[in-house]
Ligand binder design. Structure first.
Ligand code: DHB
Ligand code: FE
Length: 278
């Protein structure tokens, strides 16, 4: 059976792609952000996952406002990205782990989640940049299963529902009959708001409390409604639902391998955590 080795979470900001393309990792603006990933590179070299299941939100590249699934699971042999208009270079395609995709899909439907299955799927900056941050050298060494959660068009699934989805994805991974090591990844957040009167909104005390809760009290954030989360974290801060689903998928107790929090990257409170299943 497959093993979940842990969870990785990070913010995703398109400007990171530009910084990588231009080699700006050592510039004063970027260094505190990129340095946060160095201990995680060492951990990944040590634990060597084969597969990554990635919770993220599409921002209009694959799904648009006319067709917006609440939950979607990729089941494609490969995933490409495309120009989203941020001026960041596209990356080589990511290799899909289709056997695990269908196992996850079967399990989620069995557990009464109404998901959209995607045998073709473009992946945007929320998918590509985190993988590049965790594996900066060459092509991505892991195969992937993308799991998309709508945080773009209301109504959004509740924190409680995303936690339940994550838990079910974790069950599916652990019951996959393959001798593979799986890491779960969640991208988005932390607090940020790109639009409206509160554009630029950041809530450091809430973000730090949320990061702590993922280690010691993982269901803490499920007490909040979506509107409360928007109030506390901003209209795009609700992307932290991906972190919650990731933590639920890992399940059990975890050891914090590393965490980093840096304000701001673009308009975003940039957080990162690496949690090892113990
Ligand atoms: C920014 C943050 C995001 O989460 C995103 O998807 C796009 C832009 C930003 O802060 O610039
Ligand atoms: Fe985003």
């Amino acid at each position: 059976m497959a093993t979940i080795i842990g969870g990785l979470t990070t913010s995703h900001v398109p400007a990171i792609g530009g910084a990588i393309a231009r080699g700006l990792q050592q510039e004063p603006y970027w260094k505190p952000f990129f340095d946060g990933f160095l201990p995680v590179h060492r951990w990944l070299a040590d634990v060597k996952p084969d597969v990554a299941v990635v919770f993220y939100n599409d921002h209009g590249l694959n799904f648009f406002l006319d067709k917006m699934p609440t939950f979607a699971v990729g089941a494609a042999p490969e995933y490409r990205n495309a120009d989203e208009g941020w001026g960041i270079p596209t990356l080589p395609p990511f290799r899909g782990e289709t056997d695990l995709s269908w196992h996850v899909i079967d399990h989620l439907v069995e557990r009464e989640f109404d998901i959209t299955t995607c045998q073709e799927m473009l992946v945007d900056h929320a998918f590509t940049l985190p993988l590049k941050l965790f594996w900066p050298e060459g092509e991505c060494p892991v195969t992937v299963v993308p799991v998309c959660i709508n945080t773009v068009q209301f109504p959004l699934p509740s924190a409680k529902r995303c936690y339940a989805l994550g838990r079910a994805v974790g069950e599916a991974i652990r019951s996959w009959a393959a001798d593979k090591r799986v890491v779960v990844i969640g991208t988005g957040g932390l607090s940020h708001q790109l639009d409206g009167r509160r554009a630029g909104f950041i809530n450091k005390p809430f973000d730090l409390k949320f990061m702590d809760s993922l280690v010691s009290d993982p269901e803490w954030a499920t007490q909040f409604s979506i509107h409360e989360l928007v109030e506390k974290t901003g209209t795009q801060g609700v992307e932290l639902l991906m972190w919650l689903a990731t933590r639920a998928a890992v399940g059990g107790p975890v050891r914090k391998v590393h965490a980093n929090y840096h304000i701001p990257i673009s308009n975003t409170a940039a957080g990162m955590m690496a949690l090892e299943a113990v």
